[in-house]
Design a binder for this molecule. Structure first.
Ligand SMILES: [Fe+2]
Ligand SMILES: [Fe+2]
Length: 264
């Protein structure tokens, strides 16, 4: 079993609470932990990832969320994720890991994803995320330039995922896709309902959604499961007979298990 948690925002906790959370994950008897982003912020991400792996006592697979890039740049956040995984073999940043074959029939793949300013009303939304203050590449820009950059970041995630997902589906009957941003409007739960057009541009990664849908349609006999977070509101959406998307719930200061992913 994989213990899945999302948006744990460990930077909101004191050390004993972080330890208790890691130990709680380990106590599930899971084989590994899957974290779908917003783990911490860039100032503490490395330390907090290593703590989770230590306290849970099992390998940790993760993708990064927008908050993990706060107080730095996208480029420096990626360097940090690579560096910490190079030092700690129990950590795997899925965005850079390719296909992880969990079992002969089950693969795990992942990409960070970005709210890529495509769905909903990106040109008229009044929403301003903290991302636009705390992530270097997105700060001090007017909306058109910022939205163009967000679309590029979404496209980058899609370009990373497409060949990885294709390779995973060729060799496995079931593929688990981890990503931070919901890839579809139908999976974009916000405060218990589907997100409105003002939030959708920053709450969905349409480019990743296109890749996932194409893959599901190209391999109708294979099962695809997406696990994501970001919106802190749980829900399940079935996009195709062979494609289901699980969006995990979360509360700041109260990290918890979002689900248990059964493995045969
Ligand atoms: Fe979050
Ligand atoms: Fe997020």
């Amino acid at each position: 079993m994989l213990a899945w948690a999302t948006d744990v925002h460990l930077d909101f906790l004191e050390a004993p609470e972080r330890r208790a959370f890691g130990e709680r994950l380990g106590a599930t008897g899971c084989w590994a932990v899957l974290l779908t982003g917003d783990i911490s912020d860039q100032r503490a991400l490395g330390r907090h990832l290593i703590e989770v792996a230590e306290h849970a006592g099992v390998p940790v697979f993760f993708v990064l969320g927008n908050h993990d890039y706060y107080h730095g740049s996208v480029a420096s956040g990626r360097d940090l994720a690579r560096a910490v995984c190079a030092k700690a073999p129990q950590l795997t940043w899925l965005h850079a890991a390719g296909v992880v074959s969990l079992q002969p029939s089950v693969a795990l793949v992942g990409v960070d994803g970005w709210g890529d300013a495509r769905l909903g009303a990106p040109d008229t939304t009044p929403i301003l995320l903290n991302d636009f203050r705390f992530i270097e590449e997105l700060a001090f820009q007017l909306a058109p330039e910022r939205n163009a950059r967000l679309r590029e970041l979404g496209d980058e995630s899609a370009a990373v995922l497409a060949p990885t997902l294709e390779a995973a589906l060729r060799d496995h009957a079931r593929v688990i896709v981890a990503t931070h941003i919901p890839p579809f409007a139908e999976a974009c739960w916000h405060e218990g309902a589907l997100s409105n057009d003002d939030w959708l541009p920053f709450f969905t990664c349409d480019a990743v959604g296109d890749v996932v849908l194409r893959a599901a349609d190209a391999y109708p006999d294979k099962q695809l499961e997406v696990y994501c977070g970001h919106t802190h509101s749980p829900g399940v959406a079935r996009l195709r007979p062979n494609l289901v998307v699980h969006t995990g719930g979360a509360r700041y200061g109260h990290p918890d298990l979002a689900g248990a992913i059964a493995l045969p």
